[in-house]
Design a protein around this ligand. Structure first.
Ligand SMILES: *Cc1c(COP(=O)(O)O)cnc(C)c1O
Length: 454
């Protein structure tokens, strides 16, 4: 099949043979799948030649933008030199060593070890096993409950989806697995009621303290959280939330797992969400921006104090492709670009403040109940009534309408089930491109309002 095949041919074959992740196939086929054929910078092109501004960086991952020849060269050179070898049986290879060393350098102090996986889901499955193994090694096998939060996203495998707090996922396939407890999330707009955001932030944090008291500190192994929830709707916690969580964990012997799969590698305007919120995680799952999505790779950064406990005796866990040489070489080249081009500094000092200004203006739109933004993460809450924060009924339809209107007008903006529109643009987006995106978003909100009124 040549690249010039008509869109209808791709669509027909896709329909006949391709099962998509997180997709209602009847809905998909009614509308017709969009075929993406190439990309450059912050733009995608579809098979009909339409240019689309990708305000989602693919799936929150293409941090350095599309079209980086350097990453292709890194993969090619590595594949010719050593396309595959494992690190199970007392062997290693240069890309795994060099990536691990570089990660120890850019991640927060105290995280000096990298356990590679092939995805964020595998990283979080590794977290479950490593956390429980850690406490067992310390002679406390009953300290095995992990506390997570409702509406968290930690992946789609049995373990990671159980850690996550997505009710529709738990409803399919018998999740969560035992030993995982979900508490209140710090989502003020949806759940804050009459409380001021700062008060609500404290309430949400203290749900952790309550859960620990309920189960007993001697049973609680770890607390896992995204610094900012991504797939849950870019839930930026109130300023009081993380300091209070830090206080609660600081008084207790419980591990902190910061899931940095989205927040990592510059997304929040610092290298990691943990830097933004002054967290000192014991384990830090990463993926997505680790390779800017050019090849699949994830992993867990592990604190020295955990490594000391688990490094005697075998940890019976790993994957055939753990630390795949080409993926490691690409991730390393990706981080080198972030460093060399000072991309995180530019986001922090120039483009994120400008995005904040332009994004905040969207709160003036009649459909928008809240426009929030931190670093290169943003969300809009579509509402029927602004003062009461009342959403559309049934929830979800307005967001899908808005998403489809965006797609038809050359913009990828994602919708979350509650009619929350989210963005996570490539970190290389310029001020002029931020203007282009913000203008387009406003235009699409107008079209959405019109369609909703009709
Ligand atoms: C995407 C995501 C994951 C899962 O990563 P996959 O590579 O899709 O398995 C885990 N945690 C967070 C916070 C994510 O956003």
């Amino acid at each position: 099949m040549s690249r010039t095949a008509a869109t209808a041919d791709w669509q027909q074959l896709d329909r006949a043979h391709h099962l998509h992740p997180f997709t209602d196939h009847r809905e998909l086929h009614a509308r017709g799948v969009r075929v993406i054929t190439r990309a450059d910078g912050i733009y995608l092109w579809d098979s009909d030649g339409n240019r689309i501004l990708d305000a989602m960086s693919g799936l929150w991952c293409v941090n350095i933008g599309y079209g980086r020849a350097e990453l292709a060269e890194a993969a090619r050179a590595q594949m010719l030199e050593l396309p595959y070898y494992n690190s199970f049986f007392h062997t290693t290879h240069p890309p795994a060593v060099e990536l691990s060393r570089l990660l120890a350098e850019v991640t927060p102090a105290g995280l000096n070890y990298f356990f590679p996986t092939n995805s964020g889901s595998e990283a979080n499955d590794t977290v479950i096993r490593l956390v429980r193994h850690y406490w067992a090694e310390r002679g406390r096998p009953d300290k095995n409950i992990i506390i997570s939060r409702h509406n968290a996203y930690h992946g789609s495998s049995m373990g990671s989806a159980s850690l996550g707090g997505m009710a529709p996922m738990h409803a399919q396939g018998g999740m969560p697995i035992p030993g995982i407890v979900h508490i209140q999330q710090p989502y003020w707009f949806a759940e804050g009621g009459d409380l001021a955001p700062e008060e609500f932030g404290l309430t949400a944090a203290r749900a952790l303290e309550t859960a620990i008291a309920e189960h007993g500190e001697e049973r609680i192994a770890a607390f896992i959280a995204e610094p900012i929830q991504g797939a849950g709707g870019v839930v930026i916690p109130p300023a009081t939330y993380w300091p209070e969580v830090n206080r609660i964990l600081g008084e207790r012997d419980i591990l902190l797992v910061a899931d940095e799969v989205i927040c990592g590698f510059g997304r929040t305007g610092k290298w990691f969400g943990s830097d933004t919120y002054a967290l000192t995680p014991d384990l830090m799952p990463v993926a997505k921006g680790l390779s800017s999505g050019y090849l699949p790779i994830g992993g867990v950064m592990v604190a020295d104090k955990v490594v000391e406990v688990v490094s005697g005796g075998e940890f019976f866990h790993g994957f055939t492709y753990s630390g795949h040489p080409a993926a490691c070489a690409v991730a390393k080249a990706n981080i080198e670009i972030l460093l060399r081009e000072k991309i995180v500094d530019t986001v922090a000092g120039e483009t994120a403040p400008y995005l904040k200004k332009r994004w905040s203006e969207l709160a003036d739109h009649p459909l928008v109940g809240e426009a929030r933004c931190l670093g290169f993460l943003g969300a809009l809450e579509l509402v029927r009534d602004k003062p009461s924060r009342r959403r559309f009924d049934p929830p979800g339809a307005a967001g899908k309408l808005c998403r489809d209107i965006c797609a038809d007008n050359g913009l990828v903006m994602r919708t979350i089930i509650t009619d929350t529109m989210v963005i996570a643009p490539p970190l290389i987006m310029s001020a002029a491109q931020i203007d282009e995106m913000a203008d387009k978003v406003w235009e699409c909100l107008d079209l959405t309002a019109k369609a909703l009124a009709a």
